[in-house]
Design a protein around this ligand. Sequence first.
Ligand code: GLN
Length: 221
Amino acid sequence: EALQYVLGRWGFRRLDLAVDRRVLIPRPETELVAEAAIELAAATGPPRLLADLGTGSGAIGLSLAAELPLDGTTVWITDASEDALAVATSNLPGIGRAARNVRVAHGSWFEALPPGERFDVIVSNPPYVAEDSPDLDELVANWEPREALLAGAEGLDAIRELVAGAPEHLVEGGWLVLEIGAHHGSAVRKLFEQAGFEHIEIRSDLAGRDRIAVGQSLTSS
Ligand code: GLN
């Protein structure tokens, strides 16, 4: 069993998060995804309306709430898993006063968001491992929630849905920030292009692997 689950807590950026088998263990590369979203969000508003879709333990969304100014920041954290939302909710008190800026919602991707609202930044660490991928570590495959890891034959199912759906949930000039798989950079860039995103960037993690996709939606479709 992974050390993180045995301890039941793990550090992520400034936070000490409760984690158990209902959610993915927060990973160091995801701290960079959160950082990218925080930088873009800091440059907009206040007010700034943000969403972390498929939040799991709450790692990304609660970091946004904790690190951005208290005034004028609202962060929606969502998950299709009620179990995951229970873990994320248990992590809310750990961010202190910033917890009042967080809204928790149940549902698959955009379905969880309030209808008609447009967001300044949408961020997600979706599942992106291909079914039957030889890359999946045994410890990960045996202990971590499969629905947080696996996303179809190529691992792109969730990312495809997120990229295609994001423009109608972003303000004009709003940003989509996604964690992606190491072999997915060029495929994800194409998806962003097809959805009309601009200023697309594929950034690497500390190991030099494709890890973060960023794009700006300039349409207001
Ligand atoms: N990086 C994780 C792994 O390969 C996958 C995380 C994810 O699918 N979001 O174990």
